[in-house]
Design a protein around this ligand. Structure first.
Ligand SMILES: Nc1ncnc2c1ncn2[C@@H]1O[C@H](COP(=O)(O)OP(=O)(O)OP(=O)(O)O)[C@@H](O)[C@H]1O
Length: 585
């Protein structure tokens, strides 16, 4: 559980609140008007009752006018109060959301690898919502309630000081009851929030992979696991109901006890001629204003703490180290490229586990060359790409582009050198055009068509009823695997960077699609400096250099012919694949 640093969180949150000083001033004004109106109602009660008791017929005209004025003021004030609270909450939510998003956009890849997207999502949704609520209603409630109690108490003192002090003693008792239940409620709500987070992450995982749970027939097992989450949530909600029930019952008894006490004692003073009947009615009304803040306060405090917990989770995210100071430039800058060189580079994923995943890698790629990387699974091929793209920094050695150490370059410039076609295609929900424009957002239709042609994707896109404007569904789910890959290639073509990083898909495409995709890739490789992670060795026979990686090291290097002649790892890998192809042919 997060240990809440209330002061620190509140200080940071207050910076957001101070942006809306004018709205808060309006809200404070409406709060004062509200309190004055509450006292006025108590006075009005006594005024009407006294007029009735003393048969002051002449007062009825005044009473009606006052009543109408009171209703109008109440209406306007209540409308403004709700509007202002909502405006503040909405604005602060928006500011926080945007700041969170700006920060998330600059987080390094390691953060996304370490944390579940469901957890990140909940900071944008639940936490954001709760913080917004706190900045509007909760905080104003925390100011208003003590002020209302104080104002009511002062008025009560004015009416009958002894009676006021007797009744005031009930306040702390009610506060204490609320506090005890408030604590139980808070613990319950923190547990509920955590369980909801786990259940949301679980849902996030399975709903995004319906094809997997269908093919692996995981429905029953997933349902059982979800049932477990759901039952745990229900159990906590049941407990919440019990705590709420106990709180309501106890505070109702306490409130009625206070009411009875007030009415009995006040009645006694009336019978003694010490108090007018109108004053007694005003007194009972004021008792409500005195007591209800005490019962509301523990709930408000608990709710504020819960919201501050949400704020702390948001700020904790915003405190994560980013890889960029400012968001990188939107436009890809054209970079001149001559050569890429890695000297003795190593990489480990985390400081906690410093075991290097890449060790002592030496590579050189000149403009126009093709370097192929092959080797067994887990050998470090994708990690090498992550290092090149600056997703994870190389922990030792140096990476130089055109003889400039990349340490001296911004990440944005480094990434301008590379276009990347990952193994799994990541397309966004939206149209084909939206996805392609993420390669170059200024590309016109002519450039898009050229890229599609070079990626062997032009025909299928044009055959779709809405062409480039076809909505491809979540992650491109309405397209075939091969079509998605070709769009991913077209996107990389549009980026038009000097070096192409290609993580060849291992996913089995049917022969026809594979041929089309391979054809597009081959064309692309011949035009650009390419580093390709190859699983099908048939595509890389023309590579200038092939390196075999195993256990984070380069264990062999040479051309296709040299490596075959060496009869080492590549030779074994190649012939095992040839045999497999012959068997499947
Ligand atoms: N984000 C990560 N954090 C920690 N370790 C990781 C991370 N990603 C990969 N690894 C580890 O690094 C090692 C190399 O993985 P890598 O993905 O580079 O292998 P690969 O050669 O590309 O494998 P494949 O051919 O199966 O894609 C593996 O042991 C893997 O468990």
């Amino acid at each position: 559980m997060i240990r809440l640093n209330v002061q620190g969180v509140f200080k940071r949150l207050s910076k957001y609140m101070l942006n809306y000083k004018l709205l808060y001033t309006g809200l404070l004004l409406s709060m004062f008007v509200g309190i004055v109106m509450d006292l006025f109602i108590a006075w009005f009660l006594s005024f009407v009752s006294n007029a009735a008791v003393h048969a002051q017929v002449g007062q009825w005209k005044n009473i009606i006018v006052l009543g109408i004025v009171m209703l109008v003021v109440l209406f306007v004030n209540s409308y403004c109060d709700t509007l202002l609270k909502n405006k503040i909450s909405v604005n602060i939510r928006n500011d926080l959301r945007m700041d969170t998003m700006k920060h998330v956009m600059r987080l390094p890849q390691s953060y996304f690898d370490r944390n579940h997207s469901g957890d990140l999502l909940s900071r944008f949704t639940n936490d954001n919502q709760s913080v917004g609520d706190a900045c509007g209603g909760t905080i104003m409630g925390l100011i208003r309630n003590p002020l209302l109690a104080l104002a009511a108490f002062t008025y009560l003192l004015y009416i009958h000081w002894l009676l006021a002090i007797i009744c005031f003693a009930m306040g702390p008792l009610i506060f204490l009851i609320g506090k005890v239940f408030g604590k139980a409620m808070r613990i319950n709500s923190v547990q509920h929030q955590q369980k909801m987070g786990v259940a949301t992450s679980f849902l996030n995982d399975i709903l995004g992979s319906s094809a997997i749970f269908k093919t692996f027939k995981l429905e029953q097992r997933l349902l059982k696991r979800y049932q477990q989450h759901s039952e745990e949530i229900s159990a906590l909600e049941q407990t919440k109901g019990k705590i709420e029930g106990a709180t309501n019952a106890t505070s109702q008894v306490a409130a009625n006890l206070t009411f009875l006490m007030a009415i009995v004692i006040a009645g006694y003073y009336v019978s003694q001629g010490d108090l007018e009947i109108g004053a007694m009615l005003a007194f009972i009304q004021l008792m409500n204003y005195l007591v209800s803040p005490f019962s509301a306060l523990p709930g408000l405090i608990a709710s504020l703490q819960q919201s501050l917990g949400g704020a702390e989770r948001i700020f904790e995210l915003m405190d994560q180290k980013t890889e960029y100071e400012d968001l990188p430039e939107d436009l890809n800058q054209k970079q001149h490229f001559e050569q890429l060189q890695l000297d003795a580079v190593s990489l480990s994923y985390s400081e906690e586990d410093p075991k290097p995943v890449l060790q002592d890698i030496h590579l050189q790629v000149k403009s126009g060359e093709m370097l192929a990387i092959v080797g067994p699974s887990g050998g470090g091929k994708s990690t090498l790409f992550k290092g090149l793209l600056g997703f994870y920094p190389f922990t030792q050695g140096s990476m130089r582009i055109n003889d400039v150490d990349v340490e001296e370059m911004t990440l944005s410039k480094l990434r301008d050198y590379f276009a990347f076609v990952p193994q799994e295609t990541h397309l966004y929900t939206g149209t084909i055009r939206d996805n392609l424009l993420s390669g170059d957002h200024l590309a016109d239709d002519a450039a898009i068509h050229t890229a599609l042609r070079r990626a062997n994707a032009y025909e299928f896109v044009m055959e779709l009823p809405q062409g480039l404007d076809t909505d491809i569904g979540e992650h491109g789910s309405r397209l075939s695997g091969g079509q998605r890959q070709r769009l991913s290639i077209a996107r990389a073509i549009l980026k038009d960077s000097p070096i192409l990083l290609l993580d060849e898909a291992t996913a089995a495409l049917d022969n026809e699609s594979e041929k089309i995709v391979q054809d597009a890739l081959r064309r692309l490789m011949s035009e650009k400096t390419t580093l390709v992670i190859a699983h099908r060795l048939s595509t890389i026979q023309k590579a200038d250099t092939i390196v075999v990686m195993d256990n984070g090291r380069i264990v062999e290097r040479g051309t296709h012919e040299e490596l075959l002649a060496g009869k080492g790892r590549y030779h074994a890998l190649y012939y095992s694949q040839v045999e497999r192809d012959e068997v499947t042919a």
